[in-house]
Design a protein around this ligand. Structure first.
Ligand code: ADP
Length: 187
């Protein structure tokens, strides 16, 4: 199972990545969590990423691609994974293709969580993470709309996009993802 979870901030992809990881016994690689851990530890990466994360901007591609390269180098990612939070722009999409090619890993499916913007803002305000103030939420949504939404069409054209309604309750989404993947797993 090799899955990329794509969707706006607040669409619940992290929650679903954790559920999927437990269900299929594969690691979930969350760039947001990895960055927050790096910032808490004040590692080199954390120090370089901090101002960007706190400003609600994308961290430079080169840092994120380095982080992903490290994750793919780990033995636990050899037999499957769920990536949550990457790629977020077309350059990162190309970097992912290249990394998979280098690792000799096949391409997986992209699960897209389609979710209305009002609901995203409501969920994130409730979550109350440090970068979840109303201003920063609007900023992250704007960046998502500008830089990440082109990936939807990109993967749709590649015929590996699975579209899920992200507005439903979490447990229903988990079931919908499993149901959508079932016929593919048996191929
Ligand atoms: P959300 O999806 O709610 O924005 P994440 O935890 O996925 O939350 O990401 C938090 C922050 O981490 C982003 O606002 C951004 O600064 C940074 N980040 C995460 N993934 C990437 C990425 N692929 N490219 C650049 N920056 C990223």
């Amino acid at each position: 199972m090799r899955l990329v979870f794509l969707g706006p901030p607040g669409s619940g992809k992290s929650t679903q990545a954790q559920a999927g990881a437990a269900r299929w016994q594969i690691p979930s690689i969350s760039t947001g969590n990895l960055l927050r851990d790096a910032i808490a530890a004040q590692s080199d990466l954390g120090q370089q990423a901090q101002t960007h994360v706190e400003a609600g901007e994308l961290v430079p591609d080169q840092l994120i691609v380095g982080l992903m390269r490290e994750s793919f180098g780990s033995p636990v990612t050899q037999n499957g994974w769920i990536i949550d939070g990457f790629p977020r722009n077309l350059a990162q999409t190309q970097a992912l293709d290249t990394l998979l090619q280098i690792m000799g890993q096949p391409y997986g499916q992209v699960v897209y969580f389609e979710t209305p913007e009002d609901l995203l803002v409501e969920r994130m305000l409730k979550r109350g993470r440090q970068d979840d103030s109303e201003d920063l939420i609007r900023q992250r949504l704007q960046i998502y709309n500008e830089q990440t939404t082109p990936l939807i069409d990109f993967y749709r054209r590649r015929q590996c996009l699975i579209e899920i309604d992200g507005s439903r309750p979490a447990s229903e989404i988990t079931d919908a993802i499993a149901a959508a993947l079932q016929p593919l797993a048996s191929v």
